[in-house]
Structures are given as C-alpha cells and as structure tokens.
Design a protein around this ligand. Structure first.
Ligand SMILES: Cc1cc2nc3c(=O)[nH]c(=O)nc-3n(C[C@H](O)[C@H](O)[C@H](O)COP(=O)(O)OP(=O)(O)OC[C@H]3O[C@@H](n4cnc5c(N)ncnc54)[C@H](O)[C@@H]3O)c2cc1C
Length: 429
C-alpha cells in the first residue's frame, strides 16, 4: 500500500491529513501517517490569545491520536531530525521524559510520498540577548509559559505600589505584535475587574518596528492607519523606524542610542525556517525555507513536497509565498490533490500553486477588528467592527469544520461559546 507521511500537524498539516485520511486511509487505498513533535494541535493564529489567557487550551486543543483514530490516519509522535532519501525513510529523534530517561528510541518511518509542513520559528536576526531575554510565540508551551509570567508580573506590580509601571516591549508590529499589544490591554482591564489592584496607568506597552509603519506587510494604508489609531487610543507607544541592536535583562537598546527599560519583552519580528531543515539534503534559502517548484515538489526529489511557513514557493510575479495560515492551508490541500493524481498516474500533470490573497484581518482583542476581504479582486472589500470580527472568528470556525466535519465542528464551536459564557473571561491558571 502507498505510504503517505505528513510531518507537521499545524494549520496546513491538519487539513491535508484529515482530507487524505478520510478519502484514502479509511478506504484502505493508502496508509496516511501524521508525525508531530507535540501530542496535540492548537491553531497557531490563536497563540497570542492563549498567552494572555483569553483562550482556554483545554477547549481548543485537539489530541492527534484521538483525531487520527476517528479520521483514517495513524499518528506518530516525534521530532523529525534526519532524512534518508536513498531508503525513502524519515528519522525521528529519540523521546526523553523530563528526567532524561528515554521514552522511545530513534525511529525510522518509510514513505512513498513525504509532505513537510513543520512551520517556522521567530527570527532573532542574530541580535545579542534576544534568545536569552525575550519571549517567543512559536509553541503552545511558550504561550502558556508567557501567560504564567504575565499573571505573575501583574500580581507583583499590582501589590507593589512603588513599581509605577509594568513595561512591556513588543518587537515587530506585524499582525502578531499588534494583536498581542491589544491583548495585553484586554488582560489588564479584565484582571482589574477580578480585583487585581491595577491602576489605569500601570501598563505601558511599547511596540517597536524597524519599518516606517505598523503592519508593514499589509498593502492597504487604510488598515494600517486604522490599527495605528486604535493602538494610540489604547495608549500603546508605537516606535517605527526603530531597530533593536541588543537586549539585556533590563531592556532593549536601539540603533539610535535609546534604551527601552522593560519588565517583559516579546519578540515577534519575522519568521524563519527551523535550522534543521538545512541539514536534510534539500535546497533551502537564506531563511532556512525549503525551495519548492510551483507544484510544491522539491526540485531534487519528486516524492517530497513542502508547504506553508517552512517552504518557499515561487509565484508568477517573481515573489515567494507569504508565511500565512491561508497559504499553508491552500498549499497543503493542493499537495493532497497532486499526490492523488500521481497515485492514479505517475506521469500526471500536477497543479501549480498561485497564492490567492483572501484578505487580511487584524483583531485588536475586544477593542476593534479591521481588514480587507477578497484582496485578489482588485482593491478588495474593506470591513471593520462587528462584521470584521465575525469574519475573523469564522476563519477558525472553518478550520474546526475541516478537522471535525460540519456537524461536530459547529457543535464544538457552540460548546466553546457556551463555555466562554460560563467561565471567567480570562484563564487565571
Ligand atoms: C500569534 C500568531 C498569530 C498569527 N495570526 C495569523 C493570522 O491572523 N492570519 C494568518 O494568516 N496567519 C497568522 N499567523 C501565522 C500562521 O499561524 C502560520 O502562517 C501558519 O500556522 C503556518 O502553518 P503551517 O502549517 O506551515 O505551520 P504551523 O501551523 O506552524 O505547524 C507546524 C507544525 O509542525 C510541527 N513541527 C515543527 N517542527 C517539527 C519537527 N521537527 N518534527 C515534527 N513536527 C514538527 C509543530 O509542532 C506544528 O504542529 C499567526 C502566527 C502567530 C504566531
């Protein structure tokens, strides 16, 4: 039987594995295997909400093993660390428990088709002190660690009236940085409501951006201006044209010689592929992304595909695919179709991926949502407020439906809504 192995159960990986599992795995037409380093999936665009406690991981985490058993695929937990192209095998690193005892040894898994969708990590650009002193939002564990830190700092500073401000510096005013800045204000407001003694001016959030505006990758000035205005209303200090040159325990040094004292520093300034991708024997670019052909096959091996944040796929205008949830999803589903074509006819013509920009939405927590839809149609459609918020939440809804089917997906979203009504607005533990 044909072995299709998908590494990375993220925004794109979960959609392709669910589709192939139901279509091929359940009918015995192929064996579908998902490999992920984690045992559960949380949709990455929600990580900043997890970090501030707006999102409950218990309600939104999907257990890979349970999902696999219900959707016609196998799940193997492990971290990909090597590739044996001669024997068509991937190699997974051993798993150790937190005391260092080996839980599982190194394992090899055979593939006929291999699909890589391992996502990306935040780029520290080699700036001294970033790795040591900043928090990142690449993994669920990092988001949960950050939540603990945020709550502890609020607890400490709310009680200690000598400490005038809780200074948070966020680097990178892309969607993640901007949304995180607003979420911090939401957290402060809500905690005040729960009895934390948080004065109106305790929180000081500074958003640092090297480019000349917030959301530098968003081409619509209307969205950038609306977001900048809303951040100003919240009291977020936005520093554009500002480059960080060093980070210390106490704060950040800028290229202009200014020092930004900080109690908490969050780094969300761009993404790069995992360094191990450069050791797999596949061609990568300077950002460690795997170079693929327009049909998402790697140029040197027709059995290997890559998609999403870990891949660089050339576009007709000479650019490369942007690292976004919708790109990962669209590429992954197309790869699923291409593999089915190859299984039917090894010489089949494969589809080529052209990025279709369905729009950009920026959600400033409970304060405002703004964006543009159907950007591939000329100027697109401008949306904001409740309509934009509805579309924003519908993106996650669509992901849930793809993973669980329409009935269970909608039921789970309804349950999520009910639980939100019944539990505190912020998760405090
Ligand atoms: C806070 C935040 C907010 C965001 N908001 C938006 C948004 O509003 N809109 C948008 O379009 N995009 C947004 N993004 C970007 C979006 O999340 C990514 O572009 C998208 O998740 C990429 O999907 P992917 O499938 O390529 O990788 P991911 O979703 O990152 O999944 C990668 C998977 O690979 C696994 N993995 C990694 N390394 C290994 C390994 N060595 N072995 C095995 N498994 C491995 C990981 O555990 C993970 O499950 C946001 C990102 C963040 C961090």
């Amino acid at each position: 039987m044909t072995n299709i192995v998908i590494v990375g159960g993220g925004a794109g990986g979960m959609e392709i594995v669910t589709k192939l599992g139901r279509k091929l795995g359940r009918k015995g037409k192929a064996q579908i295997t998902l490999v992920d380093q984690s045992d559960h999936h949380i949709w990455k665009p929600l990580l900043h909400e997890l970090a501030t406690g707006s999102l409950d991981e218990g309600l939104n985490a999907l257990d890979y093993r349970v999902h696999a058993s219900q959707n016609g695929y196998r799940f193997e937990q492990g971290t990909l660390h090597a590739l044996d192209q001669v024997n068509h095998q991937i190699v997974l690193a051993p798993i150790y428990d937190n005391k260092g005892s080996e839980v599982l040894p190194e394992r090899r898994i055979d593939y006929d088709y291999l699909v890589l969708g391992v996502g990306a990590i935040t780029n520290d650009f080699g700036i001294p002190g970033v790795k040591e002193h900043c928090d990142f939002l690449d993994l669920t564990e990092q988001a949960m660690g950050l939540r603990k830190k945020i709550l502890n700092r609020f607890l400490r500073y709310a009680k200690n009236h000598d400490h005038k401000h809780f200074e948070i510096t966020i680097v990178g005013a892309g969607a993640t940085g901007v949304e995180m800045a607003a979420e911090m204000h939401h957290a402060a407001d809500t905690l005040r409501g729960y009895g934390y003694e948080i004065s109106e001016d305790l929180l000081r959030v500074t958003l640092v951006e090297a480019a000349d505006r917030v959301l530098p990758r968003v081409e619509k000035p209307r969205i950038c201006n609306a977001v900048a205005e809303e951040l100003e209303k919240l009291g977020v200090v936005v520093k554009t044209h500002t480059r960080i040159t060093e980070v210390t325990e106490r704060g950040m040094q800028t290229a202009d010689g200014e020092f930004l004292p900080s109690d908490l520093m969050i780094w969300s300034a761009g993404v790069m592929g995992h360094p191990f991708l450069t050791t797999l024997g596949l061609e990568t670019n300077r950002a460690n992304q795997i170079l693929v052909k327009p049909n998402c096959q790697v140029p040197s091996n027709d059995r290997i595909f890559a998609f999403g944040d870990c891949a660089a796929c050339p576009q007709p205008d000479g650019s490369f695919t942007p690292p976004r949830g919708q790109t990962a999803r669209q590429m992954a589903l197309m790869i699923g179709d291409n593999i089915q074509r190859l299984m039917d006819n090894p010489n089949a013509e494969l589809k080529e991926y052209v990025y279709k920009d369905l729009g950009s939405l920026v959600n400033l927590s409970k304060f405002h949502t703004v964006g543009n839809l159907m950007s591939f149609m000329g100027g697109g459609i401008a949306v904001e407020g409740k309509v934009a918020r509805l579309v924003y939440t519908s993106l996650y809804r669509r992901h849930m439906i793809a993973l669980h089917g329409p009935v269970k997906g909608l039921f789970l979203m309804g349950l999520n809504g009910l639980q939100r009504l019944m539990r505190p607005e912020l998760k405090l533990h």
